[in-house]
Design a protein around this ligand. Structure first.
Ligand code: GDP
Ligand code: GDP
Length: 439
């Protein structure tokens, strides 16, 4: 998951930092402690404004010795918080006016490299607010923003000023390697498919040793995109008859699935979906991997005009829990539609890595809940969805914050998931929804 930009909130105790943080974040729970690369002992709260997601961290009160000198430990902590922040909001008390401590902090902040925005809090009084804020020009930090953490006034202007200083969320490198696993029962045509793919891709780079001794990966390239085909040894080795059934067993396929971005689940169009296929499909879904269903040996089927529909209907019915995966009828032997398989892999990989902004997610939720309001329980209390946010990708995972998860039964949860699918796509990848209650 790409790192979100961080906005640090600083100021003396009691100026209203936590009140302001709650206003900016909508009191969203800190749900991001397991994100890599951020300090663990601070509370990071997700926030969004317009179409941008970011994290807000309250650095705690900046306490002074005799009101003139920073306590060294606190200054150190604040410096660490600033070091990882893209912008800082310095909060002061507009009703109290400029204090010696504010001047001290401002002098220190001007020597830091992060852009600083001055929030003059407690300025809710319409007649006095602007004047209260104006006193703080003397801090030399530029325009003071009159805000009220309690009422929320002025926070929009403040955020509008902050937003341009947040770096864009690290965008997906489209040329990043895509890891592909080819799995299926024996004899469905996995190694034939590997050959066909190798034949149509431009360069076969030398095999790469995988993690286990005999797992060999290959890298192939097409149109500047690299694909790492996982465990080609496992696909090919069966030609040496002596390996026991375990070697091709499901364990090896499970390992390949775990390492993949996109799994090609190869099915034999003649046999349809067998129980072994279901087992592999279940694992793909549980592991949260993207997938493409390859219905191979299509050339060997006697067809009339309805065949493709009848086949697809049967396969879809058996694999109903994977309705998000694209299915393609192909022939590894003749090469028919093998190129199209890679097109579908590209789409599935991109969707698997995709991030959707919190603003967009909440638009979908708003629309969905206004068409079909959440159910009411027997005590007459209605389910409420406060907001949703995407907490990770690969696979895309959306946390929904609700008043009580028990009020949302399966049918409503499926309805919400369907709405996300319809509005946002996510073709080729599983989508995870996490329903969380307010504590
Ligand atoms: P912190 O120590 O900086 O985190 O400050 P708090 O958020 O705990 O607030 C300190 C006090 O200031 C509390 O009594 C708040 O109710 C009050 N306060 C916070 N924001 C406002 C505001 O916008 N207007 C007024 N009048 N009081 C506020
Ligand atoms: P694997 O065990 O899954 O790796 O399957 P193989 O690639 O070894 O193929 C098993 C058998 O199916 C071989 O005899 C292939 O020639 C045949 N086969 C593979 N793909 C196709 C196909 O698209 N059409 C037809 N008719 N036969 C195929």
């Amino acid at each position: 998951m790409p790192q979100l930009p961080i906005v640090a909130i600083l100021g003396r105790p009691n100026v209203g930092k936590s009140t302001l943080v709650n206003k900016l974040t909508g009191s969203r729970e800190a749900i991001v402690h397991d994100m890599p690369g951020i300090t663990r002992d601070r509370l990071y709260q997700p926030a969004f404004w317009r179409d941008r997601d970011f994290l807000v961290v309250d650095t705690g009160g900046l306490v002074f010795d005799d009101d003139t000198e920073f306590l060294p430990l606190i200054r150190e902590q604040a410096a660490v918080a600033l070091a990882e922040a893209s912008a800082a909001v310095f909060v002061v008390d507009g009703q109290l006016g400029v204090t010696a401590g504010d001047i001290e902090i401002a002098d220190w902040l001007r020597r830091q490299s992060v852009p600083v925005f001055l929030a003059v809090n407690k300025c809710e009084a319409p007649d006095r607010g602007a004047l209260q804020a104006a006193q703080f020009w003397e801090l030399g930090l530029g325009e003071p923003f009159a805000v009220s953490g309690i009422h929320g006034t002025g926070t929009g202007d403040l955020l509008d000023a902050v937003l341009p200083h947040l770096p864009p969320v690290e965008s997906l490198d489209e040329r990043e390697e895509i890891r592909v696993a080819i799995v299926g029962r024996p004899n469905v045509g996995k190694s034939s498919l590997l050959n066909a793919l190798s034949g149509m891709t431009r360069a076969i780079v030398s095999p790469i040793s995988g993690t286990t001794r005999d797992a060999v990966d290959w890298t192939v390239e097409r149109n500047g995109q690299s694909y790492r085909i996982i465990d080609t040894a496992g696909i090919r080795k069966k030609k040496n008859v002596d390996y026991g059934p375990e070697f091709f067993g499901v364990g090896r396929a499970f390992k390949a699935i775990r390492r993949a971005d996109v799994v090609l689940l190869v099915l034999d169009a003649i046999d349809g979906v067998t129980d072994q296929d279901l087992k592999l499909a279940g694992r793909i879904k549980d592991d949260g991997r993207a997938a493409v269903l390859v219905l191979n040996k299509w050339d060997a089927i006697e067809k009339d005009s309805n065949t493709i529909y009848t086949f697809e209907r049967e396969i879809r019915a058996r694999l109903h829990f994977m309705d998000w995966a694209e299915a393609i009828f192909a022939s590894a032997q003749s090469g028919q539609r093998v190129g199209k398989i890679l097109d579908l892999v590209d789409v599935a990989a991109a969707e698997h890595r995709r991030r959707v902004s919190t603003a967009t997610i909440n638009e979908v939720l708003q629309e969905a809940t206004s068409w079909y309001t959440p159910p009411t329980n027997r005590q007459g209390r209605q389910g409420k969805i406060y907001y949703g946010t995407q907490v990770s990708s690969q696979p895309p995972t959306i946390a929904l914050f609700v008043n009580d998860p028990l009020r949302f039964k399966d049918d409503y949860r499926r309805y919400i998931e369907r709405q996300f699918r319809e509005q946002l796509g996510f073709t080729g990848t599983p989508l995870r929804l996490i329903w969380r209650g307010k504590r």
